[in-house]
Design a protein around this ligand. Structure first.
Ligand code: ATP
Ligand code: MG
Ligand code: MG
Length: 347
């Protein structure tokens, strides 16, 4: 009896909550002292509703596959899952304890962006994680600064890890169409077109730009607002064949007829589109898209990077090395925020 009590008591006090680390759609994350291993862990307590429980099972299975099979030596910047257990209809998942997320880091820096050397290091590490995920056929589906965490300093080298596989799925088994956080949502997801691991590369491009400029690249208040910012900043628009096949094209675009006018055989096959005007969207929704949370100087991608507002730099007085770095960054970003998922760079 005494033995039983101790065993039970021991289970109850294994994790001692110290503070809340964060809160998301799926539940809450607490910093806990693990009395069994004498170390801190992060415990994600999933909301006690069946749909969340089921999705969390997916998070556990995909992450354990990534950890054990594809990254056994913890070399590829993906968070380690330690354990999981049910508690009063909540699924609880324990993770290694990491540091602040990249959004918190940007905020601490007054949203002024990071030095290029950090942008480079973090980008390389996120890419390393994306290579492994692509190899495993896993789409993260929710890459954003809040889901990338600073790792505790080892030999004072800065590092990051990708977390939150709570929306992840296997390529070819894509069930949900409403995925990715709005600012980081890829054109094919916005438009309702079949998606692949390429959607994570779009989000990755948005993150890299945000790390450098300090503000989101496409902070749209609505999906239409996000798409019109993409078109303005990147230039161009999604390819016609994607628009022709996507389910939501008519939410955003107006059909402007065949690109082979007069050739009946091509009508409907080689049609082309133009994005709706704000008035047309207003008429459609009878409510105007709200103004974005952040004021952001709209303009072309290269202007945004070069006219990096917080340093008061412009092409004229950029130091030669910084100018080359900026050119390289714009080139890199162009490969990532590419409308055509088939042309977008893979990790
Ligand atoms: P989302 O709304 O993005 O889907 P979520 O509910 O799935 O969020 P997580 O993203 O897993 O939850 O965690 C929420 C927040 O908790 C993170 O953004 C991060 O700040 C913090 N957090 C999560 N895991 C850890 C960890 N291992 N170490 C430290 N902090 C963490
Ligand atoms: Mg999250
Ligand atoms: Mg999540």
């Amino acid at each position: 009896m005494l033995h039983h009590f101790i065993w039970h008591y021991f289970l109850v006090i294994r994790y001692i909550v110290e503070e809340m680390l964060g809160q998301g759609t799926f539940g809450q994350v607490a910093k806990c002292w693990d009395a069994e291993t004498n170390s801190y862990v992060a415990v994600k307590v999933i909301k006690n509703q069946p749909a969340f429980y089921q999705q969390a099972i997916m998070e556990v299975s995909l992450l354990s596959m990534l950890n054990d099979k594809f990254d056994p030596d913890d070399q590829h910047h993906i968070v380690r899952m330690l354990d999981f257990f049910p508690w009063k209809n909540h699924l609880c998942i324990t993770f290694e304890m990491l540091g602040h997320n990249l959004y918190e880091l940007l905020k601490k820096n007054n949203l002024r962006g990071l030095q290029l050397q950090f942008v480079r290091t973090f980008s390389r590490q996120i890419l390393d994680a994306l290579i492994v995920m692509k190899g495993a056929g896993i789409i993260h589906c929710d890459l954003k600064p809040e889901n990338i965490l600073i790792t505790p300093k080892v030999n004072s080298a800065a590092g990051v890890k990708v977390i939150d596989f709570g929306s992840a799925c296997m390529e070819g088994k894509t069930i949900y169409s409403y995925i990715q956080s709005r600012y980081y949502r890829s054109p094919e997801v916005l438009l309702g077109y079949p998606y692949t691991t390429a959607i994570d590369m779009w989000s990755f491009g948005c993150i890299v730009a945000e790390l450098y400029i300090g503000l989101p690249l496409f902070p749209g208040a609505s999906e239409y607002d996000v798409l019109s910012r993409m078109i303005e900043i990147v230039g161009g628009q999604p390819p016609d064949d994607l628009l022709r096949e996507a389910k939501n094209t008519r939410k955003f675009f107006k059909h402007v007829g065949s690109i082979y006018p007069g050739n009946e055989a091509h009508d409907g096959l080689c049609s082309s589109y133009r994005v709706l005007t704000e008035d047309e969207v207003e008429a459609r929704d009878s409510k105007k898209p709200k103004i974005g949370k952040w004021y952001f100087p709209r303009g072309r991608l290269d202007r945004l990077i070069f006219a990096y507002p917080w340093k008061n730099l412009n092409e004229g007085n950029l130091p030669e090395t910084e100018k080359e770095d900026c050119l390289a960054l714009v080139d890199f970003l162009r490969g990532l925020v590419e409308f055509d998922p088939n042309k977008r760079w893979s990790p």
